[in-house]
Structures are given as C-alpha cells and as structure tokens.
Design a binder for this molecule. Sequence first.
Ligand code: ZN
Length: 269
Amino acid sequence: MPEGHVTHRNARLQADLLGLNGPLDVNSPQGRFSDGAALLDGHALESIEAYGKHMFYHWTMGQVLHIHLGLIGKFQLHPGDGPTPTENTRLVMKGQDGTVFLAGPMICNVINPDEEATVIAKLGPDPLRSARGGRKFAERLATKRIPVGAALLDQSVMAGIGNVFRAELLFLTGIHPNTPSSALTDAQTAALWKQSVTELRIAEEIGDIITVNPRHVGARSRKSLNRETGVYVYKRDGLPCRICETEIVLEEVASRKIWHCPRCQPRPA
Ligand SMILES: [Zn+2]
C-alpha cells in the first residue's frame, strides 16, 4: 500500500506538472468518475494537499477532489499529453506541463470543504505536514492498549504509516512490535515520532522507503539503495540483521505481517 511519502510527493510533483490557477482538462476514460470529472473540467486548481494517505485537491470554485489510493491505486505522471490512457484509468487531469493518470484508487470523489474537514478530523498527526505533532501522537498512542505494531497502522494515531514504515520505524527505535502502546516510555514515544519525521522526509525526497544507513551496507548514499538493500527488516525473515547478524523474524500483528530483529528489538518483559 502506498504510504504517506507517496501522497506528499505526488501533491508536490502534480502541482508542478499541472500548474496552479490555470484551467485543467479533466475526464474519466473508465467512466466511473464521469460525473465528478464533469464538475472539475475547465476549472483551475488552487492547491494540492496531502494528509496521511489522503489527498485533497482544492479547486478555485470551492470544490475538493478527494483521493485515497488504497491498496492498488496508482498515479502516472506524464509530460505533455502522455500515452493513450487504458480503460482502467479512472481520472485524467491535463494541465500546463503535463498529464496525471489515476487508476485503481479506493476513493476518488468530489466533496465540499466541510466533508474534507470531517475526514481530516479523524486523522492523527502527519509527520510530513508538521514536525510538531509529537505531543498529539503521544496522547493518541497512550490511549491504545493494543501492541505498538498495531497502533502505528491506526491512522488516528499517526497519519501516513503503512506496513513498510511500521516495521522499519520500530527497528530503528529498538522497539519490539508487540510492546503494548501504553507501556512505552516517553523517550520511546518521542523517538518514534522523531524517527518518523526523518524517515518520511527522506522517502518523500527519494520516492521510495529507504531506511538503511548507507554505511551499514557499504554504500555511499541512500539513493543508491533499493527495496532489497535499503530496509533493515521488512520482508527480510531468515536473513541476518544488518546490525547484529541475528536472524530477522516474521510475526503477525494486527493481522498483517511484521518483521523484527529479536536482539535489536527485545521482547517486552
Ligand atoms: Zn539486530
């Protein structure tokens, strides 16, 4: 599933590609968004905002396009007109310097600002929107009795975290995924937030989740790493930990797989 770095990166790149305040051509080759596209066609964008895994496109006439990619949704950004869209393309937006295609989103709706506010009110702090959400994160986390590995996927605790980040953030902070959220120390909670701000920023810039310190794998920069070399634990069960060489272990927390190092992330007493 696309995590928060994908929405923020897309908000930034799409605003550059489509241009703000100029009219866009909007249509739905698949037809499932024809009515929404007709409302937006010929209008201009004021801004594109990402909030966790949600995107809100603000149009100058006051409407909001709400997009959530879900599990399989995908954007394609093309210079100029781009190729002929496939029949699965839900939305096409053509602007100043290029065209955005969207296929397979979980949500693609035109809503009003009140409805947008309702969606945002349910979300926890987003580390890519402000580094100062740490206190709110700690408050929300403290109310959860579930393991921290499950709480990190709860978008009302922190917005934008998915399965890759939750595993990597817990490794980087040395926390076992099954630690009850309410049992974390203040220092652990603060470290989790701080690490989230750092890692999501890097992923937004690179366009992929690369958490490994290049020195730990003999590389010169994070950008030269890929999903295989660039993570500490995600999908690395049976492989040696990059720090201590203990075998990485796979478990299920909140019915989704999570990986951890039994030595770097000791099980809570
Ligand atoms: Zn280890």
